[in-house]
Design a protein around this ligand. Structure first.
Ligand code: PEP
Length: 248
C-alpha cells in the first residue's frame, strides 16, 4: 500500500473543497486506485465539513497537529485528539518541522502520539534533519534520536506511519539524491524495527518538494511507501500528476 498525503498547512476555506472533489473524482476512476490511499490534512476549521463530505469516498481527512492532552482542558485555542476524532478525522500529523520550530518538544510529541492513538487516530509522525545537521553529517544520528525519544514499544505500530522530511527540502525545490535517500529510508526502517522489536516495519514516507516530475525518481526507491506533499497538494492538477506519474 502506498500513501499520498497532502498537507495544506494554513490554506483553505470551505469552497476549497472543490480541489478535493477533483482529486476524489480522479481517484474513483483510476485503475491503480486499490494500490494507494489519499489523505488530506486541511486546517482544523475544515475538518468537520470535509470529513462529512468525503465519508465513504476516496479521500480520508486528517489533522495537521493536535494538542498533547486527551479530551478537554483549560488551554486556550488548543484542540485535543478527542475533539479532532469527534469531527471525523481519521489521521493526525505529529511533529511537523513547522510545529517543532514553534516549540513542540520530544516530550510533547510523545504525549501527542499517545493521546492520538488512544483516541483512535492514526499518526503520521514527522522527522527530519536541518541543513546544518546534514552538512555536519549528523542526519542518521538526528533521525535515530527523533524516533527513539518519541516512539515507544507500547504504541500500536499498525497505527503509525513515519514521514521523513528533511527540513532543508521543505518548500525549497531541493531534494536528496536517490542514493542518499534510499540509505536514509533504510536507516529509519532499521531504527523502527529496533524500537518495536518486530520484523514487520512501519510505512515510511518521504516529504519535501515532491512534484509531478521528481516523483519519477522517487518511485525507483521501493523502500519509500508514499509521500507527504505540501505545496503541490493545494492544486488538484499537481496532486493528481504526482499520482499519475508515480504509476506511469
Ligand atoms: C511539508 O510541509 O510537509 C512539505 C513536504 O512541503 P512541500 O511539499 O511544499 O515541500
Amino acid at each position: 500500500m502506498r500513501y499520498f498525503i497532502g498537507n495544506w498547512k494554513m490554506f483553505g476555506v470551505p469552497k476549497s473543497i472543490n480541489i478535493l472533489r477533483k482529486i476524489n473524482s480522479f481517484c474513483s476512476k483510476d485503475k491503480n486506485r486499490k494500490k494507494y490511499r489519499v489523505i488530506i490534512t486541511p486546517p482544523y476549521t475544515l475538518i468537520e465539513t470535509y470529513s462529512k463530505y468525503f465519508q465513504n469516498k476516496r479521500i480520508a481527512i486528517g489533522s495537521q497537529n493536535c494538542y498533547q492532552k486527551d479530551q478537554f482542558s483549560s488551554n486556550t485555542a488548543a484542540v485535543s485528539p478527542f475533539m479532532i476524532k469527534n469531527v471525523g478525522a481519521k489521521f493526525t500529523l505529529v511533529g511537523h518541522s513547522d510545529n517543532r520550530a514553534e516549540g513542540d518538544t520530544d516530550k510533547m510529541l510523545k504525549d501527542k502520539v499517545s493521546y492520538a492513538l488512544k483516541n483512535n487516530l492514526k499518526v503520521v509522525f514527522c522527522i527530519g534533519e536541518n541543513k546544518l545537521e546534514k552538512k555536519r553529517k549528523k542526519t542518521f544520528a538526528v533521525l535515530k534520536n527523533q524516533l527513539k525519544k518519541v516512539l515507544d514499544k507500547k504504541f500500536n505500530q499498525n497505527n503509525i506511519i513515519v514521514a521523513y522530511e528533511p527540513i532543508w527540502s521543505i518548500g525549497t525545490g531541493k531534494i536528496p539524491s536517490s542514493v542518499e535517500l534510499k540509505k536514509t529510508i533504510i536507516h529509519i526502517k532499521k531504527q523502527l524495527k529496533k524500537i518495536f522489536r518486530k520484523k514487520k516495519t512501519l510505512p515510511v514516507l518521504y516529504g519535501g518538494s515532491v512534484d509531478g516530475n521528481n516523483v519519477k525518481m522517487f518511485k525507483e526507491i521501493r523502500e519509500i511507501d508514499g509521500f507527504l506533499i505540501g505545496g503541490a497538494s493545494k492544486s488538484s492538477k499537481k496532486f493528481i500528476d504526482i499520482i499519475k506519474n508515480y504509476y506511469r
